[in-house]
Write a protein that binds this ligand. Structure first.
Ligand code: ATP
Ligand code: MG
Length: 393
């Protein structure tokens, strides 16, 4: 196995996620899923592996939504994916093809969608609903259930809100919910909504524009965890071996600890060690980690965690930074009271607002709350970066 930070991995190199994925399939039996987690933790890799190796009885359909900015583009993308599967099955695809047939589309070869000016009223809703109904019907006949793996869904909903207005973004969420609840499609299909931007941020914005629905309260929220340390050490060992790097036998364990179990950072550390090309010592691992944390071109893209704070917590940036600085410096779990006092010193006046902020910081993966309700900075490597970046050491 080769070190390839950020690359789309061959399925066989997606390491240590079998148990997690088996759990996801078990949940899908009963519910659709929101899969959220920190950036770069390996969400897309998990979806790729699910799509490549579905259990018997499931038909996965992967749809990558980062480039989608309108409801019509979304419906058309789903429609294309469905069409790829319907081709060759003559009797099915009736809704989709007749709908497109009426619009002058063709069912041979790639679908030709109408230009914007020729789209009838309700175009994207009918297209989306028709496509999903057609596929669910065909798969039901084959004894299978369909699961749509929608990657970067919150991102798309927010892009649609930006380009077509909040109303359309709300309708997209509502249509998807009604498909999940429908008597025709509901039992025959599931969806996984995946993304690194928490859907709660997007819903929060929509609510400010009058959205009252609960479009995802039928879905199960699952967080993707980091790899357990022994599994992370195993990945490090395999990558070191794949790169022909010998050295100290404790190196894999050390890499696992320093990376906090993030496979992405494990790839980065080994990739940097490869540049050295000599037997690896524990000192080399520490040096490489330090280099990754301080290099001005920010290879691990860590600045993102600082930059998004203004957008995530508008008007509360100062208090949030004080809370995170305090948590980053502390090596022991922090009581809520202590953090409230820290927030007050940086200008917070309403204690409940601070509690709400602490809740959001946990949902956004900055903090961890233990079973006694105490907080720690969540990710090891990020904490170390935060301390250096903010000059706290
Ligand atoms: N299970 C894994 N085994 C080995 N390497 C992995 C695994 N998961 C992720 N990686 C590494 O981390 C990188 C990022 O993974 P991936 O794109 O799946 O994360 P993501 O959570 O979807 O990121 P983003 O938030 O940017 O969409 C991969 O290119 C690969 O280098
Ligand atoms: Mg991804």
């Amino acid at each position: 196995m080769k070190a390839a930070p950020g690359a789309q991995l061959p399925i066989k190199d997606i390491f240590g996620r079998d148990e997690f994925i088996a759990g996801v399939w078990r949940v899908l039996d009963g519910n659709s899923i929101r899969m959220e987690a920190e950036r770069r933790i390996g969400k897309t890799s998990i979806l790729d592996k699910m799509a490549a190796e579905p259990p018997i009885g499931w038909e996965p359909v992967s749809v990558y939504l980062e480039q989608v900015h309108s409801a019509a583009e979304f419906a058309e993308q789903v429609c294309e994916k469905v069409h790829e599967r319907l081709t060759g099955w003559k009797k099915q695809g009736r809704r989709l093809l007749s709908f497109l047939g009426l619009l002058g589309g063709s069912h041979l070869g790639p679908i030709k969608f109408p230009e914007t000016k020729n789209r009838p009223d309700g175009y994207w809703k009918k297209l989306l609903t028709g496509a999903i109904e057609d596929l669910v019907e065909q798969q039901a006949a084959a004894g299978k259930r369909v699961v749509f793996l929608f990657d970067e869904m919150p991102w798309m909903v927010s892009a649609i809100a930006g380009s077509e207005g909040e109303q359309t973004a709300m309708q997209v969420l509502d249509v998807l919910r009604s498909l999940r609840q429908s008597r025709t499609t509901g039992q025959g299909f599931r969806m996984v909504l995946c993304g690194s931007v928490g859907l709660h941020h997007v819903l929060g914005t929509l609510r400010q524009h009058g959205y009252k629905n609960q479009p995802v309260n039928d879905m199960m929220l699952i967080e993707v965890p980091t790899l357990d340390l022994p599994v992370a050490a195993d990945l490090a060992a395999q990558l070191l071996a794949g790169e022909g790097l010998t050295g100290d036998p404790t190196a894999p364990q050390l890499i696992a600890e320093r990376s906090g179990g993030f496979p992405y950072y494990i790839h980065w550390i080994v990739s940097e060690l490869r540049v050295g090309g000599k037997p690896v010592t524990p000192g080399d691992v520490d040096l490489v980690v330090r280099k990754l944390l301080t290099a001005s071109h920010d290879p691990c893209k860590l600045r993102h965690f600082r930059e998004r704070i203004a957008g995530y917590y508008p008007k509360e940036e100062k208090v949030v930074l004080a809370l995170l600085d305090h948590a980053a410096k502390s090596t022991t779990p922090l009581a809520q009271r202590e953090l409230i006092e820290v927030a007050k010193k940086s200008g917070a006046t309403d204690e409940d607002q601070v509690r709400e902020l602490l809740h959001l910081l946990s949902v956004d993966h900055y903090l961890n709350r233990d079973m006694d309700g105490r907080y720690t900075f969540r990710h090891t490597l990020l904490r170390q970066w935060w301390v250096i970046e903010r000059g706290l050491n």
